[in-house]
Structure formats: structure tokens, C-alpha cells
Design a protein around this ligand. Sequence first.
Ligand SMILES: NC(=O)c1ccc[n+]([C@@H]2O[C@H](COP(=O)([O-])OP(=O)(O)OC[C@H]3O[C@@H](n4cnc5c(N)ncnc54)[C@H](O)[C@@H]3O)[C@@H](O)[C@H]2O)c1
Length: 343
Amino acid sequence: MNNDRHILITGGAGYIGSLLTSELLRANYRVTVADSLLFGGESLVPFFHHPNFHFVKADVTEPRAVKDAVRSEHSSGVLWPQPDAIVHLAAIVGFPACQAVGHQVAWKYNVEATKMVFEQASDLGVGRFVFASTYSNYGLMPDGKPVTEESPLNPQSLYAETKIAAEEFLLGQKDAPSAPLLFRFATLYGISPRTRFDLIVNQFVLDAYTKHQLLIYQRGYSRSFVHVRDVVRGIMMGLDAPQEKIRGQVYNLGTESGNYTKDQIVNLVLKRMPETTVEYKDLTFGGDMRDITVSFAKIKRELGFETTLDVDDGIRELLFAMKTGLIRNPLDQRYRNAQFIVQ
Ligand SMILES: NC(=O)c1ccc[n+]([C@@H]2O[C@H](COP(=O)([O-])OP(=O)(O)OC[C@H]3O[C@@H](n4cnc5c(N)ncnc54)[C@H](O)[C@@H]3O)[C@@H](O)[C@H]2O)c1
């Protein structure tokens, strides 16, 4: 099943991409990863000998990066057929990382590179182009109701500004040979071959486990959360759905039951680590969003997507990975985007 389908993932060594690679290989897809390895490539080493895996070190801010990756020989000496889809994940991810690199670099990586990757996909006749965007784009709930794909976008950070600019470009390309499909992910949590500890749930579990203390800003503010494995499943559903159905569509990817206040997340962490002390500060600081809850009705209705994991599952597996030593040094900078990028 699927072994004639070939997916190219930009940013495939990252948090989402490395797990997507693993799941696509498991489902018998061929996978090419094009990644510049900003955080190293250890996440891909387990796939090295897999006959359906191909890695190309490439920087997608280079104009021909995707075309060159597609034309590069697999280690077996054979040239693979063209990709059926590109999943474009490569980016400077998160508002702290974007702030750290500054406007010009963030724009080059997140907007200009997206245009170039899309144009190469269309030139090559790649059937679909999946874009990873974020619910940070909404920024606010203008009328106090959960935001839907139709809600106005109010970026509160450079990161969201770049994602919106890339979205606008792609939504102007609905009739291009490559069908654009846009996902606005909730904030991720959970373990992947490249786990990140700079995301709220993962960070809280790390702090509670290593410092036995949590410092919480804006305790009542709500956010939306989704497990990285569910995100990967959602992307795969987008790869399987009929092309004409997904062309030019935007889907919030997450679940209504993943809408939590920070306080509720803290309580879930405390349930598993009751010895943790919690200090609250209500300072407003240069952050990404205010209060927000999200509707995921469209992805459920149109793609039949439902999540299978919840925040407690994520907390449990993160703790397991740290306690057993599977993740030996979770404080290492390589698990945190902004700190690593400015090193
Ligand atoms: N993690 C989240 O909570 C979240 C939420 C919403 C959206 N997203 C989006 O999903 C995508 C993947 O996020 P992630 O958490 O896996 O990020 P990540 O930082 O773990 O991975 C990004 C990968 O892209 C690579 N990369 C960056 N610039 C590149 C370039 N110019 N050329 C080639 N490779 C490059 C990096 O080396 C890294 O392997 C991003 O586009 C991000 O904006 C993530």
C-alpha cells in the first residue's frame, strides 16, 4: 500500500517532520527529507538504512533547493519518481526564535522560502502542497467566541506576521498546478524524535520535573493544544484526501477538548508531580497571543479528523522519557529553538 507515493518534506528533521517521516515510512510511502539541520540530524539517523528514505541537506531559502533535491540520486543509485506532494515545514518556528533572528531573516525563511518552494512544486507538477501554519495567526477572539477559519487574523508577533504573509501568497495560488492545503496547528506537545521543550506543556513538565517549580504568567489565559502524533495523523489525512477537496482549503488542526487555560495545564502537571511549587505572575509581557479558544469543527466535518491523545497522555510520555533516561539531558539547548539559533 502507498509504496508508489513519494512525499518530500522540507524541515523533516524537526519536531513534527521527524515523526511524520517515521509514520509515512511505516505506511510504505517513499520519503525525501530536505533539511538544513539547524538543530542537527540525529532525529533522522534511525531511518538511514530504510530503503524508502532519502535525505538531502538543503537550505530552502536557496532558489533551486527543491528541484535539486528531487533530482538527487537515492543512495541505491536510482532516481526516484517525482514527489506526489510536498509538506513544507521548514521555517524559523515560534515567536522567540523569529524575534531572535530579526525581521529580515524571519521573512526570508518563512515567507520568501515558502514562495520559492511552492513555485518549484508547481513547476515540477507536484500535485499538492501542504503548508504548516499556526493558530497564533488569530491572535485575539474579537467577539469572545471560538475562532474559526473565517475569523479575522490579528497577528501579535513577527512569527504570526510571516505565517500570514505566506498563507496569503498560497491562497492566491488556488488554481496553480500544485494544490495548496493549509493547516493552522494548535500548540503542540508530546514526544517525537526531535522533541522540543520550548512549547508550553513540554516546558511545564520539564520545569516541574527538573526544578520542582513552575513560574506561570497570565494564568487565566486560554490556549489550544494538540499532540504531535495527532498533528502527523492530520497531515496524513490531508495527503490522502481527494485533491479537489483540499485545494485552497484552510483547516484548524486540533480538538475542542484541547482548549485549556494555563491554570488547567498546571493542574494536570500537578496531578502527576504534586510536589511542584507554583508561583504566579500576572505581568503582561511581549508575548504571542491573548486569550483564545479555537473551533475545530471544519476539519472534523470535512476530513473526519479527530484526535486520539490528550494532554495527560503527553505529560505521561514526557515524564517517562526523562525518568528512564531516553531523553538524557532535556535541558540541552538543542531542544529549544530560540536559544539554539542565537548561540
Ligand atoms: N510546534 C508547534 O507547536 C507548531 C505550531 C504551529 C505551527 N507549526 C509549524 O510547523 C512547522 C514545523 O514545526 P516544528 O515544531 O517541527 O519546528 P522545528 O523547528 O522543530 O523544525 C523545523 C525544521 O526546519 C528546518 N529548517 C529551518 N529552516 C530551513 C531551511 N531554510 N531549509 C531547510 N530546512 C530548514 C530545521 O533544520 C528544522 O529541522 C513550522 O513551519 C511551524 O511554524 C508548529
